[in-house]
Ligand binder design. Structure first.
Ligand code: COA
Ligand code: MG
Length: 288
């Protein structure tokens, strides 16, 4: 999933617009983009969208439910566990135990809905609470077979610790949030799933988004959250390997294929060993 587009589920207009999106996944939002008074209506709209669009949707359909300790999550889940649902985005997690608890809920609700057991996947937002930052290592010791990716957020974390801003005077993220971003990469790595970078808020700034996506891809992210339909094309382009990158990766794979017993090869005066070969195979495995 290169692009995951947030769509507030209480907005008929935005749900309609999302149907034509090239996003790899839509996230029908029941949480922070929906006012408390609109939660029940948003739940019903999300369920209806899943049932009517699920089969024909090009995008995988996720729902961001409310946090497990909000008193709303079970109602959210009971409403949206219907055919057409690909996965749940879980906000404000406190650690891998929360993901495991959600997985147990899904075990039961899948049976009730007649869905294939284990088919509904989970994308946790791994860094939104103070507790989550202190339990990050829990992902290394907890098997989470439903994980489909991991993402992170800086806004709720700053609110959780009472910070006035998550940025320095020059606009750069403060250390706690660059740590959160790096931890997201490690959680994804230890879990063997893609890291999905957080949103880029200035949705009219396509050049800025492209530059930010290029940087996040170099750092190890496989995709990014979108909050506006105009961001999807930029994100998809940024997270698709270029022809030059694919050719370079192919040369590395070819060099190792030509010398099956070699652990290291040289191409144009540069050294390549097994980590480079793995990265090259990963590049070739990504969609062109
Ligand atoms: N999904 C689907 N459609 C969207 C959309 C989204 N996230 N954001 C905007 N659109 C639609 C608008 O409804 C509008 O469609 P219309 O012409 O049929 O009315 C069109 O795209 C252009 O929208 P625009 O006028 O440029 O933006 P806006 O001012 O209406 O909306 C936001 C700006 C930020 C409020 C809106 O993009 C949004 O709601 N984003 C998602 C926010 C969210 O989910 N946050 C939670 C995660 S952090
Ligand atoms: Mg939030």
């Amino acid at each position: 999933m290169r692009s995951m587009l947030f769509v507030p589920a209480d907005s008929e207009r935005k749900l309609a617009k999302a149907q034509g999106s090239q996003a790899d996944a839509l996230i029908l939002d029941l949480e922070d983009a929906v006012a408390p008074s609109q939660k029940p209506a948003a739940r019903q709209a999300a369920a209806q969208y899943l049932q009517s669009q699920g089969e024909q949707s090009k995008a995988r359909l996720f729902v961001r439910i409310n946090p497990l300790d909000s008193g709303l999550a079970l109602d959210d889940l009971a409403a949206v566990l219907v055919p057409g649902l690909s996965g749940i985005m879980l906000p404000k997690v406190r650690g891998a135990a929360d993901v495991q608890l959600l997985s147990h809920y899904l075990d039961a609700l899948e049976v009730r809905a007649g869905l294939v057991p284990g088919s509904v996947r989970i994308v946790p937002v791994a860094t939104e609470t103070a507790a989550s930052m202190l339990t990050m290592t829990s992902y290394a010791s907890t098997p989470l077979p439903r994980l489909a990716g991991v993402t992170w957020g800086a806004e709720d974390l700053s609110t959780a610790i009472g910070a006035i801003s998550n940025r320095e005077d020059d606009g750069a993220l403060s250390p706690l949030y660059t740590m959160a971003q790096s931890m997201c990469l490690c959680v994804a790595g230890v879990s063997g799933v893609a890291a999905i970078d957080t949103l880029y808020a200035d949705f009219r700034d396509a050049d800025g988004l492209m530059a930010a996506c290029r940087l996040s891809r170099r750092r190890g992210f496989g995709g990014r959250i979108a909050i506006h339909p105009d961001q999807v094309e930029v994100i998809n382009a940024a997270f698709t390997p270029s022809d030059a990158e694919r050719q370079a990766a192919q040369r590395i794979v070819d060099a190792f294929d030509a010398q099956p017993d070699a652990g290291v090869v040289s191409i144009d005066g540069a050294m390549y060993d097994i980590p480079h070969l793995k990265q090259a195979r990963r590049t070739l495995g990504q969609r062109a």
